[in-house]
Write a protein that binds this ligand. Sequence first.
Ligand SMILES: *Cc1c(COP(=O)(O)O)cnc(C)c1O
Length: 237
Amino acid sequence: MDDARRDEIAAGLADVERRVEQACRAAGRARSDITIIAVTKTYPASDVRVLAGLGVTDIGENRDQEAADKAAECGDLGLTWHFIGQLQTNKVRSVVSYADVVHSVDRSRLVDALSREAVRQEREVGCLIQVALGGGEGGPAERGGVAPAGVLPLAEAVTRADGLRLRGVMAVAPLGEDPGEAFARLYSVAQAVQKEHPAADVISAGMSGDLAQAIANGATHLRVGTALLGRRKPFVR
Ligand SMILES: *Cc1c(COP(=O)(O)O)cnc(C)c1O
């Protein structure tokens, strides 16, 4: 293993851990309420292995092919895999084969497709309803998600679907708005979901740049890439 890379990732993790602890203290929350999901997109499976060696148990990916390859290479590590990218129905068969949780459930056709595959593959897939928080230029279409008014009906559809388990909600803070204000709106959507479905207590919010605001607004799962692994090289889809 490359020791220099290991040291680099360990330093990133220590820094993120310090920020998370500080934000928890400021918000009066327990560190154990928060799960850090390491977003490893564009980075190699060897980095996933380093993260696992440092105690990270949850890995996030946003592109199916890349995620499938890494999940296969790291199948011995007992990790929890989170699919966090926009999901087309033609990728559902593959995604269901390795993903434990899909964060980007935003339409009923996707619920149907995920359910069909989960049943066929005898898997249980955790589902987060992705909420479009609006506000930014480009609007909801830019980053996916269902408008707040559509969240409860979709949550209901997930709970009725075989092979799926409703776990909560996810959002990305819109560009051009204070993330704290956006995450406060997400929190009230999450509360409405939990009122109907008490076990759906996950709030996936907060990335490298806004994790403190997410923790202040009830996030339970952070999706952190850059702060752990470094700035990603731009890539062409
Ligand atoms: C890439 C990505 C992240 C991680 O972002 P960083 O700023 O690198 O921490 C989080 N969530 C989603 C949906 C992503 O695509």
